[in-house]
Structure formats: structure tokens, C-alpha cells
Design a protein around this ligand. Structure first.
Ligand SMILES: CC(C)(COP(=O)(O)OP(=O)(O)OC[C@H]1O[C@@H](n2cnc3c(N)ncnc32)[C@H](O)[C@@H]1OP(=O)(O)O)[C@@H](O)C(=O)NCCC(=O)NCCS
Length: 168
């Protein structure tokens, strides 16, 4: 997996030693976890498992700001559909929200996934999390409909999500 560069960011593979910073920056934050399928981590041990998982994935980047190697967020492919569309997910620590960071990261990841051969990139968000939908819109994605999804990874409870896609 390539390291990707944008004007302000470096998107790089995860490293084992990232766990402490990631725990401090976002995995322990309930506000960040609210509309994600994971629960806030109770200890850095939980985050170590998450980092291990990220290191094994094909498309999973730690987002850093140029000039610092500390991860402030993550962006990854969370699934590939039967017809070959890559679905992305992303997360950013609170102090970096509202500065266009995720839009900058997502635009670059979408371009990379197209370069890797995906013809469609999709993403979805909870209707009560419009900032995420705004990122999708700013990346040129189009709203294609709603679907039901498990609210949390270990829960049977479903919630409605809005799906966006962009074609190559
Ligand atoms: C969603 C998230 C990734 C956005 O990252 P970000 O770097 O702040 O996003 P950007 O700054 O690129 O864009 C956010 C946009 O949402 C808008 N926005 C923020 N809060 C909003 C709200 N309550 N309603 C509508 N729009 C909102 C911002 O104004 C901005 O749009 P603009 O540039 O047109 O003004 C970040 O808030 C996050 O990590 N949240 C927690 C985890 C999460 O929800 N991940 C996505 C799961 S689907």
C-alpha cells in the first residue's frame, strides 16, 4: 500500500507504535465513536488490537498532518461489494474537525482506489451525522439511496444509513 501525499497531509500505513497516540486522539472519545460501528476503547490494549487489524488490511491509512508523524485520523476500505465497488470509512480526532482534513484525505484515497482498478467508490453515513455526508458531497459523490445497517458491529439493532457513490 502506497503512502499518499496531499497538500497538508500524509496518509501512511499504520505502525504498532501508533496505538498510544490513536487511543489518546480518537479511539477513547465517545463523541467520535457515536456514529461509528465500534465502541469507545476502554484501554490502549483495545487500540493495539485495532492497530493490528489496520496493519493487516489492504487499504487502510493513518492520517497525519505534514510535519508530525502522529496519527490524527484514519481512512480505509471497509468493504468491497459483489460488483466491485470499494466502500470507504473514515474517522478524525475532534480537534481537527471542520478544517477540510477529511475531504482532502478522502479525495486522494478515492483517486488512489480508481488507480488501483476500482470503478466505483461508495460510503455511507447515519442521517444524524451530516458532516460525514458533506464530506462525501465535497468529494463529488452522489446520494444513491438508503439502506439498513447494523448500528454496532456486535448488535442486531439496525439503523438507516445514507449511501453515496462516485464512478470512475
Ligand atoms: C465526519 C468527519 C470525518 C468529518 O471530517 P472533517 O475533516 O471535519 O470534514 P470536513 O472539514 O472536510 O467537512 C465537514 C463538512 O461538514 C459540515 N458540517 C459540520 N457539521 C455539520 C452539521 N451538523 N450539519 C451539516 N454540515 C455540517 C462542515 O461545515 C463541512 O462542510 P463545508 O466545508 O461545506 O462547510 C469527522 O467529523 C469525524 O471524524 N467524525 C467522527 C467519526 C465519524 O462520524 N466518521 C464517519 C462515519 S460515517
Amino acid at each position: 500500500m502506497e503512502t499518499l501525499y496531499t497538500k497538508r497531509l500524509v496518509l501512511r500505513p499504520f505502525k504498532t507504535e501508533d496505538a498510544q497516540a490513536i487511543y489518546k486522539n480518537w479511539t477513547s472519545d465517545p463523541r467520535v465513536a457515536k456514529y461509528c460501528t465500534w465502541y469507545p476503547h476502554n484501554s490502549v490494549e483495545d487500540t493495539k488490537m485495532y492497530v493490528d487489524m489496520c496493519m493487516k488490511k489492504n487499504y487502510c491509512w493513518a492520517i497525519t498532518l505534514k510535519g508530525s508523524d502522529e496519527p490524527v485520523g484514519a481512512i480505509d476500505v471497509v468493504g468491497v461489494t459483489d460488483d466491485g465497488a470499494a466502500h470507504i470509512g473514515y474517522v478524525l480526532m475532534q480537534s481537527q474537525w471542520g478544517k477540510g482534513v477529511m475531504t482532502e484525505a478522502a479525495k486522494t484515497v478515492i483517486a488512489e482506489l480508481f488507480a488501483q482498478g476500482f470503478k466505483v467508490v461508495g460510503a455511507c453515513h447515519h442521517p444524524d451525522n451530516p458532516a460525514s455526508g458533506r464530506v462525501m458531497q465535497k468529494c463529488g459523490m452522489t446520494y444513491v439511496g438508503n439502506s439498513m445497517q447494523n448500528k454496532k458491529f456486535d448488535s442486531e439493532e439496525l439503523c438507516e444509513v445514507k449511501i453515496y457513490e462516485i464512478q470512475k
